[in-house]
Ligand binder design. Structure first.
Ligand SMILES: *[C@@H]1O[C@H](CO)[C@@H](O)[C@H](O)[C@H]1NC(C)=O
Ligand SMILES: *[C@@H]1O[C@H](CO)[C@@H](O)[C@H](O)[C@H]1NC(C)=O
Ligand SMILES: *[C@@H]1O[C@H](CO)[C@@H](O)[C@H](O)[C@H]1NC(C)=O
Ligand SMILES: *[C@@H]1O[C@H](CO)[C@@H](O)[C@H](O)[C@H]1NC(C)=O
Ligand SMILES: *[C@@H]1O[C@H](CO)[C@@H](O)[C@H](O)[C@H]1NC(C)=O
Ligand SMILES: *[C@@H]1O[C@H](CO)[C@@H](O)[C@H](O)[C@H]1NC(C)=O
Ligand SMILES: *[C@@H]1O[C@H](CO)[C@@H](O)[C@H](O)[C@H]1NC(C)=O
Ligand SMILES: *[C@@H]1O[C@H](CO)[C@@H](O)[C@H](O)[C@H]1NC(C)=O
Ligand SMILES: *[C@@H]1O[C@H](CO)[C@@H](O)[C@H](O)[C@H]1NC(C)=O
Ligand SMILES: *[C@@H]1O[C@H](CO)[C@@H](O)[C@H](O)[C@H]1NC(C)=O
Ligand SMILES: *[C@@H]1O[C@H](CO)[C@@H](O)[C@H](O)[C@H]1NC(C)=O
Ligand SMILES: *[C@@H]1O[C@H](CO)[C@@H](O)[C@H](O)[C@H]1NC(C)=O
Ligand SMILES: [Zn+2]
Ligand SMILES: [Zn+2]
Length: 626
């Protein structure tokens, strides 16, 4: 416990965020004057032209793959007009139309095209997480996901935090893709027919199938060594999995290619373990590997006859991989290509050689309408107020007036937690974990869906009375690892957090590397739009549209404090120390190591407000943004 569990609360709490229906009307490309005006407010000028059109057609092979991962409920796409959100404005109906056209093109070209997903279908938008009481996260939004012709899917860690969610995947989702929803090392315990509990794979351990063009495939769906799973579910370490008899048997026969998919990052993870186990038996068989989980765009090749692709997050990226299998010898390096597409209609129309008027398929339109209807039934458009400007999680420094973290700690907590609070007249020193926010806040209407997107966490606010400001400050410093002895705790804590599913640190590090890389590029950025600038380990340029990187300020303390109550003697024991229940154990530990006059225990902690972390922004918006 203690420091080890500091920020992991985020992952148990439901992470959420959705785009509202009323905003959903497809972005009109001629809306751009608004973007420009808005853009000039805080960053470089933006040309008032249409969305950039890709200029490089996709490179097809004889086997081609479209890859989604870590969609986290963003099936309605990104519908805000602030940068770079329009890049990702395609919704799942648009994506369905794209896939349908791509399948036609594959058929014309007489090649294989597979559609693959590698997990984390919810915890990120209201569309998945805004379900009514008694519901199950993503049960409704998954109905739309299941309308796409996925060939193989793998389970994500977010499908394993809550037993009932895993059960829903096992009982309702997996059967939509018979034998193709893969969980090689993730099980669920369920009653068998005789009232005994048995552990069974959530989906299937592996799949063997033949493609449209007659290639035989052996597919696995591997979860990283995740430790944050709920009781009644089990995750086996990949290193143990490859020693299982079933695994040896599954890979014994040589297919035309192996499809290693799963919820593991393609770099700095356990893929080499799985890859080497296959290579030990099949030194040259082509391996197509699709990973996920760290939310980044990445590509590596572990040898010349494989490629490993990771395709971002939140439907901000659709991944493309292709390879020519037939035109090479059995030992020469294979020629692969990969591309990271910005999912929007402009991108989709370009690559399918369609126009606005010929792009939509009826299935695609039905999916869009169904998603809109779901958004209405969850009341995701309920508006709390109008955000006066953009507030960024990493694209503005902390502290600053454009920082969402500054907004939360300096303005939101003092206002929201004072509402209907009998202790509002007692001076309070409040702090909150910086992981409590998950997404930017954009200028304009702030609604229920935005609330899920920005802070879905169900942490409650609690307090300890009669503390001095000086002691509160020492507690804060301890939690932030300001002293070297505490820093070790923080590092250990971060490793544990990663094992329990926290990828925020790895994602921030990627943004930081990206900005650094972008800054040393010698190119004319005059006409480039903001977005991801990917620098991976595969040959050639991966990004479909060249962008210039979003500024990113990744150095943020673990805990953020509200302004000190004015006019209070820092040594008077009269202040309420306010924090979230999620970090209670750590706060108590920090309190007890900062002083020895008394031992603080849970008995000293009281409930401070009925408004939880996932409520404070809405209350604040109602008070201050109306
Ligand atoms: C596959 O071969 C075709 C024909 O030579 C070529 O046009 C295409 O670029 C190749 N694709 C890849 C992914 O190398
Ligand atoms: C991506 O976002 C930028 C804003 O940074 C915008 O100018 C551009 O048009 C978007 N690109 C696409 C393809 O939507
Ligand atoms: C899980 O689902 C069962 C059956 O639907 C329900 O009785 C139970 O309350 C649910 N558990 C949780 C923690 O939601
Ligand atoms: C099966 O597991 C459930 C949930 O953990 C438990 O309540 C039940 O007692 C178990 N049944 C048996 C027969 O072990
Ligand atoms: C997963 O389920 C299989 C099949 O029931 C079982 O043999 C295996 O022991 C289970 N694995 C774990 C780690 O529980
Ligand atoms: C794939 O096809 C080849 C030749 O048809 C056959 O020898 C091999 O056993 C098949 N592999 C699998 C995994 O089905
Ligand atoms: C084949 O690919 C490997 C790994 O990508 C590379 O090290 C090697 O130089 C390549 N060989 C040839 C002949 O291109
Ligand atoms: C695309 O077509 C829809 C109707 O199908 C229309 O509402 C929209 O304005 C069109 N967009 C453009 C850019 O022409
Ligand atoms: C933030 O805004 C306040 C009030 O408008 C202003 O006084 C202050 O200088 C701003 N701070 C920064 C860092 O821009
Ligand atoms: C806090 O201090 C006030 C005033 O000194 C006192 O009345 C109250 O009992 C104290 N509360 C606790 C929990 O010690
Ligand atoms: C940017 O776009 C403008 C207008 O299309 C064009 O005249 C100019 O040459 C472009 N600049 C660069 C560096 O491509
Ligand atoms: C500990 O108690 C002493 C004596 O009552 C007092 O002077 C000091 O301020 C207390 N320290 C803290 C941290 O409360
Ligand atoms: Zn994820
Ligand atoms: Zn994940």
């Amino acid at each position: 416990m203690g420091f080890l569990s500091l920020r992991v609360g985020l992952f148990f709490a439901l992470l959420g965020g959705v785009r509202t229906c009323d905003e959903h009307d497809h972005l009109l490309w001629d809306d751009y004057s608004h973007f420009q005006e808005h853009f000039q407010g805080h960053r470089r000028a933006f040309p008032s032209t249409n969305l950039p059109v890709p200029t490089r057609p996709l490179e097809w092979g004889d086997v081609n793959i479209i890859h989604t991962t870590d969609s986290h409920g963003w099936l309605l796409g990104h519908q805000k007009s602030s940068f770079p959100e329009p890049n990702y404005s395609g919704d799942f109906g648009d994506f369905a139309s794209f896939v349908a056209h791509m399948k036609e093109i594959a058929s014309e070209k007489d090649v294989d095209l597979l559609l693959i997903d590698t997990g984390d279908l919810h915890d990120g938008t209201g569309l998945s997480d805004g379900f009514p009481p008694g519901g199950i996260d993503a049960h409704d939004s998954n109905q739309f996901f299941a309308q796409l012709p996925y060939d193989v899917l793998a389970i994500g860690n977010h499908e394993l935090y809550i037993y009932n969610v895993t059960l829903d995947m096992h009982t309702n989702f997996a059967p939509k893709f018979p034998g193709r929803y893969l969980s090689s090392n993730a099980n669920i315990t369920v009653p068998d027919g005789n009232g005994n509990n048995v552990s069974v794979p959530v989906g299937s351990r592996y799949a063997k199938f033949t493609t449209a063009k007659g290639r035989n495939v052996t597919a696995l769906g591997v979860m990283f060594h995740f430790t944050g799973n709920d009781e009644g579910t089990t995750v086996q370490a990949p290193a143990a999995m490859v020693k299982e008899t079933w695994f040896s048997e599954a890979i014994a026969d040589e297919p035309d290619f192996f499809l290693l998919i799963g919820h593991m990052p393609v770099r700095n993870g356990d893929w080499p373990t799985v890859f080497n186990a296959v290579r030990a038996v099949h030194p040259t068989t082509p391996i197509l590997l699709l990973g996920g989980h760290t939310h980044i765009r990445d590509c590596v090749q572990l040898d010349g006859r494989m490629m490993a692709l990771e395709s971002g997050r939140y439907m901000e990226t659709v991944g493309w991989m292709s390879v020519n299998l037939t035109q090479t010898s059995d030992t020469d390096n294979l020629t692969f290509s990969r591309r990271y597409l910005d999912p929007n209609r402009v991108t989709f129309e370009y690559h399918t050689r369609t126009r606005n008027s010929t792009f939509d398929t009826s299935v695609g339109q039905e999916i869009t309408q169904g998603l809109d209807a779901l958004s209405v039934s969850y009341d995701l458009g309920f508006q709390y107020g109008i955000a006066p400007q953009d507030y960024f999680l990493t694209a503005a420094p902390y502290p600053s007036n454009s920082s969402a973290l500054t907004l939360l700690s300096q303005e939101v907590l003092p206002v929201a937690l004072a509402v209907n609070n009998s202790r509002a007249n007692i001076p309070a020193f409040m702090f909150v974990q910086s992981g409590g926010l998950r997404f930017d806040i954009y200028k304009g209407p702030f609604d229920k869906n935005d609330q899920f997107t920005v802070s879905p966490f169900t942490n409650a606010f609690v307090f300890i009375p009669n503390v001095t400001i000086n002691l509160g400050q020492q507690v804060l410093d301890g939690l932030n690892g300001v002293t070297p002895s505490k820093r070790e705790f923080v590092e250990e804590m971060e490793e544990t957090e990663y094992a329990r599913g926290d990828v925020a640190k790895r994602y921030r590090e990627w943004l930081k590397r990206m900005a650094e890389y972008d800054a040393v590029q010698k190119r004319d950025t005059e006409n480039l739009t903001l977005g991801y600038v990917t620098h991976d380990s595969c040959p050639g340029v991966g990004d479909d549209i060249p962008h210039t990187a979003i500024q990113s300020y990744t150095s943020v303390p673990n805990y953020l404090a509200s302004p000190l109550p004015p006019g209070v003697d820092p040594d008077s024991p009269i202040v309420d120390l306010v924090f979230t229940d999620f970090v209670q154990g750590n706060v108590l530990q920090a309190l007890n190591s900062a002083q020895s006059n008394r031992t603080f225990t849970t008995a000293d902690v009281g409930s401070y407000s009925d408004c939880k972390l996932n409520c404070v922004l809405g209350v604040f918006a109602q008070q201050s943004w109306n």
